[in-house]
Design a protein. Structure first.
Length: 397
């Protein structure tokens, strides 16, 4: 098992992380990031008992964002959870299903999307899923008829002489390929042809969050090998998903230091890339103007990256009226909100954001994270789109 190389004594026990932890505020089941992270790590390193509330950490990274000492608290929790799951994993089947969506997608690939989606809405199927720990009340994402990369392979793009590679992530690839195609549209318009190698696989964040660290490491090695090959060709690698970006930039060096020691290729935020294109004048959408108010939600993992809010800035730079929600976490935290014992907590965490969305008068919400989009739309009834999808929708060719 890989170790997070951090001294738990770097924590000064100021409890700032607990103040900013949305889960600790929502339930007494969670002892808080300080206790489950640095404090209990001292006991774990001594071979003493494990904290039973560890599974309630949502890996939202708000503790990392707020820590004045820069302690990677969530990472400490995730490695401890992986060690705990090696010894016992009471929800193995449920946790495997929600953290291996790409593998599951391959297994049930031949089944028509309409049948898969109908099954997920069937009360009997939902009862079975509820029994294994997937909340009956949770809205599950709908499978697309064709995956993003299969559609991209058939898409005729302009030969611009410049190429970029796009890492779609599982959500866009399996459930929302139109967001990926909108990204391709924007990049084509900025003068780039887009490729997305079939060898790319899940970034591993969902696996880490449910204790499958070895599976995440296997995927990390596959993805890094593909990215190194692309780097040799001189192709920038972009992603529209902040969780995938966080994995490549921040998580891999912590969780897989041997892999990081060989040098990790760079991945670039696709919204930041397009914003640069807009500022340089290669991406022009002068007519992408809407009088409808748009609310923007900043995903927790994007804030953890510390790169600002390029998706929001991109929309504003191209003439759209957008306001940040500034209402905290949506609660879904990837797969956290799908879990039966966590669903009510997730909804309580997101309650303030849902209130702001409803009361804002906004006709649409923009956010980069796929599961945030699912959570916000299902909880409020307000459509939620990827920022680049909004550009495509509102631009008039």
């Amino acid at each position: 098992m890989q170790q997070v190389h951090v001294d738990p004594d770097a924590c000064i026990a100021c409890t700032t992380c607990t103040v900013f932890c949305p889960v600790a505020a929502a339930t007494g089941e969670f002892a808080g990031p300080k206790m489950t992270g640095p404090a209990y790590e001292r006991f774990r390193l001594s071979g003493l008992s494990e904290d039973t509330s560890l599974s309630y950490c949502a890996n939202c990274k708000n503790c990392d964002i707020s820590c004045p000492q820069g302690v990677p608290i969530a990472a400490i929790n995730m490695v401890a959870r992986a060690r705990q799951c090696e010894k016992e994993h009471p929800h193995f089947l449920r946790d495997w299903i929600v953290s291996h969506s790409e593998t599951l997608g391959h297994l049930i690939g031949p089944v028509p999307a309409s049948l898969k989606n109908a099954s997920l809405r069937n009360p009997l199927i939902r009862d079975v899923l509820d029994r294994i720990g997937i909340a009956r009340e949770a809205t599950m994402p709908s499978y697309a008829k064709r995956r993003f990369r299969s559609q991209l392979a058939r898409l005729k793009q302009p030969a611009t002489g410049k190429k970029v590679a796009f890492f779609p992530g599982c959500y866009i690839d399996l459930y929302e390929p139109e967001a990926g195609l909108d990204m391709v549209w924007a990049l084509n318009r900025a003068g780039y042809e887009v490729v997305s190698p079939s060898a790319f696989c899940c970034c591993g964040v969902p696996m880490i969050a449910s204790g499958f660290m070895k599976d995440a490491e296997r995927n990390a090695r596959k993805n890094v090998a593909v990215m190194r090959s692309l780097a040799e060709e001189g192709l920038p690698v972009l992603t529209g998903c902040p969780s995938c970006e966080l994995m490549f930039r921040e998580e891999m060096p912590l969780f897989f230091p041997d892999l990081a020691a060989e040098g990790l290729p760079r991945i670039t935020d696709a919204q930041e890339f397009l914003l640069n294109c807009a500022q340089e004048g290669t991406l022009r959408l002068e007519e992408a103007v809407s009088r409808r108010p748009i609310l923007y939600h900043a995903p927790c993992h994007l804030r953890a990256l510390g790169i600002g809010l390029p998706g929001l800035e991109l929309l504003q730079a191209l003439g759209l009226e957008v306001q940040p929600a500034n209402a905290g976490c949506c609660g879904i935290s990837g797969s956290y909100g799908f879990k039966k014992e966590k669903h009510a907590i997730a909804m309580k965490v997101g309650a303030e954001l849902f209130r702001v969305v409803r009361e804002s008068g906004a006709k649409v919400v923009a956010t980069e994270c796929g599961t945030c989009r699912l959570q916000i739309q299902s909880a409020t009834g307000v459509p939620c789109r990827h920022p680049v999808s909004l550009l495509k929708q509102l631009a008039r060719d």
